[in-house]
Write a protein that binds this ligand. Structure first.
Ligand code: UDP
Length: 357
């Protein structure tokens, strides 16, 4: 059994925790931190100033946020803003490293990967997105060569985008199931949840809902304003409402009250937290058969997996929703995506990293 570990969790540099800019990483970091702390480990979080993370001790670091990797081209060179918050966070970690048994990195960025061998305290990396950038791919390949134990992914589909890797840890993901209420009397509406940005292909969900004659409720961080304006102009007659970037208790109410969640990413989604949040509410997930969601949804039981980029496929699946039992969705979330299950996997992984620094 593990001793009490002293852990420093280093956040993403794309924005403050609580802002939504970090996408699923924000919830993942909060859940990992809270579960490790609940198990008796000492947990501190190093994050950009302005971060809100109730229940965990945050070391706030000043600096300029980074541009998200998914908004840049594959061959974009590594760039850092002047007064980079990421560089400042890792400089702080370098000075304080002797106070920790392990540093756990949540940033999808070249810098922490590059810095890993220069630290005396072991560094572990939870990679949050699929392959997007050549420099990141090379940094991951290098680490995979000399220290593969230090890398973990959320899904096998995500890991596969980085090419052939030695055996790696697949952590999947989890949520605090108690925060999500089972809803067995949904309204006649569909939900779409996520960052509003082109890689999420919200237009497919809007078209599918329109063709299925159902209103679409949209929740999430409005990340790309131009894209959102284009969508509003392109579908003037579609029945969709933007409800804002909601806190979890409000988000789960919208989900519980929906017939299904549509998950329509154009990219390889590393995992798709929103899919397990829906399942926890007893809400079937209609998703493209691609990336993380394809490893989450039990096709024909807790949702439907549809040919990628096929709006007609989404519409056909929406027409079959009555076949599904919402209890099976909640049951799957309880069986596979509890914080206890994630905590066990995390402890196994982090112990292995500490034992083979
Ligand atoms: N989310 C939220 N409020 C909203 C919409 C989304 O808190 O109104 C959170 C949601 O809980 C999830 C994250 O945004 O954790 C989206 O993560 P996901 O893994 O689905 O996609 P990513 O943004 O990481 O690509």
């Amino acid at each position: 059994m593990l001793n009490r570990l002293r852990l420093l969790l280093l956040s993403t540099p794309v924005g403050a925790l609580g802002s939504g800019a970090g996408g699923g990483v924000e919830l993942t970091l909060a859940n990992c931190g809270r579960e490790l702390q609940r198990r008796g480990h000492q947990v501190q979080v190093c994050a950009p100033s302005g971060s809100r993370l109730p229940g965990l001790e945050v070391v706030a670091i000043e600096g300029t946020p980074h541009v998200p990797a998914q908004t840049q081209a594959r061959l974009t060179p590594i760039t850092m803003p002047p007064h980079s918050v990421l560089a400042n966070m890792w400089a702080w970690a370098q000075r304080e490293q002797a106070n920790y048994d392990l540093l756990l990195n949540f940033a999808y960025d070249w810098l922490p990967l590059y810095l890993t061998p220069f630290f005396r305290t072991p560094v572990a990396h939870l990679v949050s997105m699929a392959s997007l950038n050549e420099a990141m791919d090379r940094a991951i390949a290098t680490l995979a060569r000399y220290h593969p134990i230090a890398l973990a992914f959320h899904s096998h589909a995500q890991a596969a985008t980085f090419g052939k890797l030695p055996p790696y840890t697949c952590l999947s993901n989890a949520i605090d199931l108690e925060r999500y209420q089972f809803g067995d009397r949904p309204s006649a509406q569909l939900a779409w949840v996520g960052r509003i940005a082109p890689e999420k292909a919200l237009e497919d969900a809007i078209q599918a809902a329109q063709q299925a004659n159902l209103p679409l409720k949209i929740c999430g961080k409005l990340q790309d304003h131009t894209y959102w304006q284009q969508l509003q102009a392109a579908y003037p007659d579609a029945d969709f409402d933007y409800l804002g970037f909601l806190p979890t208790d409000k988000l789960q109410q919208v989900l519980s009250n929906s017939l299904a969640l549509l998950v329509t990413p154009r990219w390889v989604e590393a995992f798709g937290n929103v899919a397990i949040e829906a399942l926890a509410c007893g809400v079937p997930v209609v998703a493209y058969r691609r990336g993380g969601p394809a490893e989450i949804v039990r096709d024909g039981e807790t949702g439907f997996l549809v040919e990628p980029d096929s709006v007609a496929g989404l519409v056909a699946a929406i027409g079959q929703l009555e076949r599904l039992d919402r209890n099976a969705c909640r049951r799957q979330a309880e069986q596979e995506f509890s914080l206890t299950a994630l905590g066990d996997r995390l402890e196994t992984w982090l112990t292995a990293v500490i034992r083979q620094p």
